[in-house]
Design a protein around this ligand. Structure first.
Ligand code: SF4
Length: 339
């Protein structure tokens, strides 16, 4: 197996909670990411899924060092970038780019599309001369399905899907190795979502990209990803090949998330009736003791309230953090103790 492009070890990202205006005192912390480890192989697409507030977007920002982690480490292409200063991050900044959720707010409304897509060339002092830069930007526009003739237009003159294409063109301008796409289609109409997903898939195979796709929508990661990591309250609770996660979820939380995915055929929906996730995600400032999912888990037993389950390999290669994982092929209601 090739060396991972991204290696995350025991990553923690805590945001301090403070009181007072002049003499600020810390009285707690939001544990957005609380000790997660995973790797991403070159050319792989990893999906990170979970409900809002589970820490998935914070994880993505730590990967690109847009946030400096509180603890643990992030290695990119064999180099530890966890606490590097701006200079030390130059290589990461060139080779790892982000596609943001909201194409409306991630583009400067005062700049033309040509100037926006050319930004990475300028920032990284790879500015070509006028005509050459224009030609490259036009090629990028063409590559992502935008009309190169619209080079001098402004973001407000484009639709939501087109604006996301502008963001993708900017992200691939420097031919990065890694793209982190944070909810890349959640702000778009359903009819447009598939086009953007297809575009990202095409770019991955053409450019040999490695992708990390962050989404609350399981149907998005199902289409795109080789492997899926499910997060809950700052921790990874299940990780496996994408197909396995969908066919044989082992963690009750994954099972509940899958239950929430709409099924177009009502007969299938009835046959596959499962537990529906109730309640909100508890506060990451004070996660529940034991298994963090136990207040909402349909499989919870006494032990779950006191003993924190660790991520461990189950038969079939799935990693799950659960004392009573679902039996292969079963959904909620079929928990088995394999400890
Ligand atoms: Fe549910 Fe217990 Fe497993 Fe946690 S450890 S997911 S509470 S069965």
């Amino acid at each position: 197996m090739s060396d991972p492009l991204v290696k995350v070890t025991d990553l923690q990202m805590y945001f301090p909670l403070t009181r007072g205006i002049i003499f600020q005192r810390q009285y707690g912390a939001v544990r957005a990411v609380d000790g997660i480890s995973f790797e991403v192989a070159p050319g792989e697409t990893l999906g990170i899924v979970g409900e809002s507030g589970c820490g998935k977007s914070t994880t993505g920002r730590c990967l690109l060092r847009l946030l400096e982690p509180t603890g643990g480490s992030v290695e990119f292409d064999g180099v530890d970038v966890t606490h590097r200063d701006r200079r030390g991050l130059a290589d990461l900044r060139r080779n790892a780019q982000m596609v943001f959720q909201d194409p409306y707010s991630s583009l400067n409304p005062r700049k033309t599309v040509g100037a926006i897509i050319a930004e990475p060339f300028v920032i990284h002092r790879m500015a070509r001369e006028g005509d050459e830069r224009k030609r490259e930007v036009r090629e990028l526009m063409d590559r992502v399905g935008l009309n190169p003739e619209h080079y001098n237009r402004y973001p407000h003159q484009f639709s939501g899907g087109q604006r996301q294409r502008i963001g993708i063109a900017r992200a691939i301008a420097l031919k990065p190795k890694l793209i982190v796409a944070d909810e890349p289609v959640s702000a778009l109409d359903v009819s447009i979502q598939a086009q953007i997903i297809n575009l990202l898939e095409e770019l991955r195979s053409e450019l040999g990209l490695t992708l990390v796709v962050i989404s609350h929508d399981l149907s998005v990661v199902r289409q795109m990803c080789d492997r899926i990591a499910v997060m809950y309250l700052g921790r990874i609770v299940e990780s496996a090949a994408a197909q396995r996660v969908f066919d044989e979820p082992r963690h009750p939380y994954t099972g509940a998330l899958l239950s929430a995915v709409p099924v177009p055929d009502p007969r299938i929906a009835r046959a596959g009736e499962r537990e529906v996730l109730s309640g909100d995600v508890p506060s990451p400032t004070a996660p529940p003791p034991g298994c963090r999912f136990h207040p909402r888990c349909p499989e919870a037993q006494a032990r779950c309230a006191t003993d924190e389950p660790q991520l461990r390999e189950l038969d079939g290669g799935t990693l799950a953090a659960c004392h009573f994982p679902l039996a292969p092929g079963a959904m909620a209601g079929d928990g088995v103790d394999t400890d």
